[in-house]
Design a protein around this ligand. Sequence first.
Ligand code: GLA
Length: 398
Amino acid sequence: MSTSDSKETAQRIGQLREKFVKIYGHHPEGIWRAPGRVNLIGEHTDYNLGYVLPFAIDKNALVAVRRKSQLEPDAKVLDFASTFGHGETPAITSVELDELVPGAVPGWAAYPAAVLWVLNQLEGLELTGLELLVDSDVPVGSGLSSSHALEVGTIVALNDLYNLGLAETDMARLTQRAENEFVGAPTGIMDQSASLMSHAGHALFLDCRSMESEAVPLPLIEQEAVVLVIDTKVEHSHVDGGYAARRDSCEQAAAALGVASLREVSNVAELEALEDPVVRRRAKHIVTENQRVLDTVRVLRDGDLKAVGQLLCQSHESMRDDYEISSQELDAAVEAAMAAGAIGARMTGGGFGGSAIALISVQQIAHVSQAVETAFERAGYVRPAIFTVIADEGAGKA
Ligand code: GLA
């Protein structure tokens, strides 16, 4: 576990500081922390301007930063290094100012570069050139928002260092733009928002149209329950066609119904007007999922985890059958967890791989984990990574 205030995070911060000095020959000006997320419920509703209910998890990106005194004479806008995937002395990727264009920056450096690109378009900001070193324990490709954690860690750092005065919702919008236009992934606003705005012990109930949010207490500790993540190790990507195709279907549905977004539709009967059965099914997922988020918030307030569990299962069925974004591994994870006595389970995140979550009682951690592992082994799937998560505090100075 590495919650915002855990010993493990403190240790990683110390190591990052030391490595920074080794690599760049100076101390960083500060270190910022941005968590990954799981989404409890409300999938693909964000870009339909609906509701989501994610929470920040106790796995995070740490971003150490130093501003160079000025951009000249070497004109490098960014020196980037990361501790993951490298040995003792990580390689530095340097980005020149004229390389700060979509598609030009390779690897992990693309995420902080995307943030610089978007900030560089703000009035009144003079980029000075930056040295960055990042460390992250958010598993990559697992659907837990490792890339958003990196973007959010960068933007909160620069917001502080350059006194930009950006509100959390501004930073969410800017990093979404960075992701959409620089990285090229047509994603919504949920992941950044979860990383920026979550509160420990709470889920973030976010209205993606108004950007109003509310922290909803998760009565897990009181009820001796926990959220288990099952990372199927089947890497997902939002740059591939599946995510964009779902988004297109939703836009088609909204256009055909004459509404600005599917958020405007609250009754599935209205979807009868859609001729294309595939588009109708996609829209049905969005309309029913929005309702499930509202229902989950309501039953969470009553402390009714059993009812939450039922909604999670319904959400999974909807993603499997109507939105068609699940995978055989995700379905197997959900089925095995439920058969082993989970309160509820569903895939989480964009889909086509990545992770599932199971809401279980604390006593069942070993039993459910074992059942899922056995099911995967029998089916000949890659061994999943299974771990519990805690609802952590959103991003900030470490
Ligand atoms: C990805 C995207 C989010 C959201 C989810 C699906 O995580 O980044 O914006 O659309 O998929 O709910």
